[in-house]
Write a protein that binds this ligand. Structure first.
Ligand SMILES: [Zn+2]
Length: 262
């Protein structure tokens, strides 16, 4: 027995906190670092500006290498704990949305470019410290899971959290921001809204049956921006919710709160 403990001790790498950083990050983590105006932080090749007394950055779902951060001139190398991502088998998906016909390719490419361009906007000078769930409901799809559609087709990993709710349920803006994209019918994601929150953070809401806001609209946390639907690649009414930092998708379930006033 005593050797078992010795074995466990030797087998587990020992991580320790480093400066303002935890012992390790997790894949898909949104990292807030408390900061004053005079602090400086560079992560990878990006130098950040603090807002609301914090820096923020995301750790990607597929990151395995330690994250290198320069904080006030000191370099920190924080390891990333690897997840074992499960596989979700999603059946009953309209086949044309799993293997799009050749004539749809042009549309898909144009929509992808439009979304990427919208994510490059940086007009909001802010940083929300708390995001709320856009709807209440059963979680029907989790961030990061591998996906197999209609038993045979392997898709890319799931970029957000799916929340099932009846069609017509009001969807709330997760935090204050500006609507940078409002499209009623994208090929994969159907009715889709993308909101810029500042500091590189964006939230998106997909498969909506009705949109109540348009591009350039300012929204407050909790504002109703549309209705739950099943438009695009969906097998039933739900919100596909994505949170990203500069295009790096993070796990919404680790970020979202029921109520930010608590
Ligand atoms: Zn989804």
């Amino acid at each position: 027995m005593k050797y078992l403990w010795l074995f466990l001790l030797l087998a587990c790498p020992v991580f320790a906190e480093q400066g303002p950083f935890p012992a390790f990050f997790t894949q898909g983590q949104l990292v807030y670092v408390p900061a004053s105006k005079t602090d400086s932080l560079t992560v990878g090749d990006k130098t950040l500006t603090p807002f609301n007394n914090h820096f923020v950055f995301g750790v990607g779902r597929d990151v395995t290498e330690p994250v290198k951060i320069i904080f006030n001139g000191t370099t920190f190398t924080v390891p990333v704990k690897a997840e074992k991502w499960p596989t979700d088998y999603v059946d009953g998906v309209p086949p044309e949305t799993v293997q799009p016909p050749a004539k749809a390719q042009k549309r898909i490419k144009a929509e992808r470019e439009k979304l990427a361009k919208a994510r490059q906007q940086s007009s909001v000078q802010a940083l929300p410290l708390c995001f709320i769930w856009p709807v209440e409901g059963r979680i029907s799809g989790r961030f990061g899971y591998r996906r197999v559609y209609n038993k045979t087709i392997t898709g890319s990993s799931h970029s957000g959290t799916d929340i099932a709710a009846p069609a017509g349920t009001p969807i709330k803006a997760s935090a204050n921001g500006v609507v940078v994209l409002a499209e009623p019918d994208l090929f994969y994601t159907g009715g889709t809204i993308l909101i810029e929150h500042g500091s590189g953070l964006f939230s998106s809401y997909s498969h909506m049956q009705k949109l109540y806001v348009k591009e350039s609209d300012k929204v407050k946390q909790g504002d109703i921006i549309g209705e739950v639907g099943a438009t695009g690649r969906a097998t039933g009414p739900h919100v596909h919710f994505v949170l990203d930092w500069q295009g790096v998708r993070v796990n919404p379930e680790n970020v979202l709160k029921k109520d930010c006033s608590l």
